[in-house]
Design a protein around this ligand. Structure first.
Ligand code: SAM
Length: 228
């Protein structure tokens, strides 16, 4: 059984996709996708030996070696042109790390721009959205969910030919999440508000006040107060 978080990610994978799951750990997501007849085949990428071995043994224990190729390399470097990947999932990492994987992958020619990106950053969502927008990706869907008292966001993006020009505030909350303002969204930003207020208080108590940083935190606080 898949976690609620990864099941939600799976719901954004198009039917019959060829999926690359980068940072796959146990390869739970590609295995579940294949066993549930959602995808044609998958590549499970890992850069660390331990998780790579976990993925290898899970895929072997399920007899899925012909359908899920487990590979050891950094980020998108596990991919070959002939794989014909149509969707890339990168989940359970910071948004900056996900962005850097995409940047390196693009520089090395592993992103065709035709793949659907399904990204689940644990933190640093604005950084990732900013990069997607700058690169001409369109954010098509967003989702937010709570599992085991943690809140997760999912961002689905594609190069559709249409570009967007979201401002920093929109990139901060998410173009869709900030519009929908659901229950989990409100919960997340209530928590974040407390965090930012605490940061502000500590900053103002410090011996050397970084006034630019204080202004930045105050701006975030006022954005959050407006949205919840
Ligand atoms: N994607 C799974 C999930 O969402 O449950 C696993 C998340 S786990 C917290 C992050 C995984 O990403 C780790 O197994 C780590 O080894 C892997 N990872 C980190 N940086 C990576 C990179 N540059 N290339 C491939 N895998 C990476």
């Amino acid at each position: 059984k898949l976690s609620k978080r990864l099941e939600r990610v799976a719901s954004f994978v198009p039917k019959d996709a060829i999926v690359a799951d980068i940072g796959s750990d146990h390869a739970y997501l590609p295995a579940w996708l294949y066993l549930n007849h959602k995808i044609k085949k998958a590549i499970a990428g890992e850069v660390v030996e331990g998780p790579y071995n976990s993925a290898k043994s899970l895929v072997a224990s399920l007899g899925l070696e012909e359908h899920i190729s487990v590979r050891l390399a950094d980020g998108l470097e596990v991919l070959k042109a002939e794989d014909g990947v149509t969707a890339i999932t990168i989940c359970g990492m910071g948004g900056t790390l996900i962005r850097d994987i995409l940047i390196r992958g693009k520089a090395k020619g592993h992103l065709s721009g035709k793949e659907r990106l399904i990204l689940q950053p644990n933190v640093g969502e604005p950084t990732l959205r900013r990069w997607l927008q700058a690169e001409g990706y369109q954010i098509l869907r967003e989702d937010i969910l709570e599992e085991d008292e943690k809140i997760y966001e999912i961002i689905v993006a594609e190069k559709t030919g249409e570009t967007t020009n979201y401002d920093e505030r929109t990139l901060f909350f998410g173009p869709f999440l900030g519009e929908q303002k659901g229950e989990v969204f409100a919960q997340k930003w209530q928590q974040q508000l407390e965090k930012y207020r605490y940061i502000l208080a500590s900053m103002e108590k410090a011996e050397q006040v970084d006034s630019a940083k204080v202004t930045e935190v105050k701006e975030k606080i006022s954005w959050i107060e407006e949205v919840i």
